[in-house]
Write a protein that binds this ligand. Structure first.
Ligand SMILES: [Zn+2]
Ligand SMILES: [Zn+2]
Length: 320
């Protein structure tokens, strides 16, 4: 079986901003929130499994354009959620209800979609997406509140040749209980995806304070970093171009450079881009993907950072 990853989207929450005239909003390129699909293809290029990681706005449209999932080929074996924020979960209704109805119409079974997430994210989804949660999803919850910088047990997906290991990360905008905003509940995970030949790291959303990724202090953090390091490719949250003086809910490109210098991936792929959070008139504001790639590559060369860097394309395929 050939394992591949397809990029479904790489946008931060807002996508195009209503009323904005920047280059990014004016670009005709299709947009969708950050998400990837993991697919196993048999010798006839038919999907033997489909694991979807996050489902924000525009992601279902990307699935419709995926040649391996078109029409009767559509399948969904697992939904993995990094966290509950709307730009990672707003597509749950379109995804689950439409998939359920399509299968019902074609006389196939309408089994619920297994979903993996951390307990904090499950609590938010029960509240915010109760209808879909109760009707269309089959929860597999990681019942813990581990602090950032820990490997969780590999997921039992039942897929031969594919190992997915969650890692706890800090993303303080989402690390709170739905019942008490003051109560910290760690709700976010990154994923390490391994096959016999390649390692891919999906590292979003993270805040600017995940210092353990740069200099791990404990044995547990060092173990997590060792598993994240030397990946064939690292998809990483890069919400801001300019470095922030204060604690921010997402990393800047400056944070990304420090993380990459420690993790040493072969290829760095910038996702969760927007160009708007930097603010009008600042570098990064309204940049298209091509502008982000050019600016990032210049810094990479100047500072001799490891491997290569670029923004992937929506619909792009990577062999795993
Ligand atoms: Zn988030
Ligand atoms: Zn996000």
């Amino acid at each position: 079986m050939k394992h591949i990853l397809v990029v479904n989207g790489l946008e931060a929450p807002m996508l195009r901003q209503f009323g904005c005239e920047c280059d990014r909003c004016a670009s005709p390129e299709r947009q969708a929130n950050t998400s990837v699909s993991l697919l196993g293809l048999n010798g006839s290029d038919e999907a033997e499994y489909h694991v979807l990681v996050d489902v924000g706005i525009g992601v279902v449209d990307s699935l419709l354009q995926n040649p391996y999932l078109y029409g009767r080929r559509a399948r969904l074996d697992w939904l993995l959620l990094t966290h509950w924020h709307p730009d990672h979960t707003l597509g749950i209704n379109q995804l689950c209800v439409s998939y359920h109805l399509t299968r019902q119409r074609s006389g196939r079974d309408t089994a619920q979609v297994p979903v993996w997430c951390r307990a904090g994210t499950a609590a938010w989804l029960q509240r915010e997406r109760g209808y879909e949660w109760q009707t269309f999803l089959q929860p597999h919850i990681s019942e813990e509140n581990e602090p950032p910088g820990r490997l969780l047990p590999p997921l039992d997906l039942g897929i031969a040749g594919l190992k997915v290991t969650p890692v706890t990360v800090s993303h303080f905008g989402a690390d709170r209980s739905p019942d008490d905003a003051q109560q910290v509940q760690y709700s976010c995970a990154a994923f390490i995806v391994e096959t016999a030949v390649a390692k891919t790291v999906l590292l979003w959303d993270i805040d600017s304070e995940n210092e353990w990724l740069v200099s791990p202090q404990t044995e547990v953090e060092r173990t997590a970093v060792a598993h994240l390091a030397h990946a064939d490719r690292l998809f990483i949250d890069t919400a801001f171009w300019r470095a922030k003086k204060h604690r921010a809910t997402h990393p800047s490109f400056d944070n990304v450079q420090r993380i990459v210098a420690n993790l040493q991936p072969k290829e760095t792929l910038l996702v969760h881009l927007s160009g708007h959070p930097d603010g009008a008139g600042n570098p990064g504001w309204g940049w298209t993907n091509a502008q982000w790639t050019a600016a990032a590559q210049e810094v990479w060369q100047q500072k001799q950072l490891p491997g290569s860097v670029r923004v992937p394309a929506i619909g792009e395929q990577f062999e795993l």
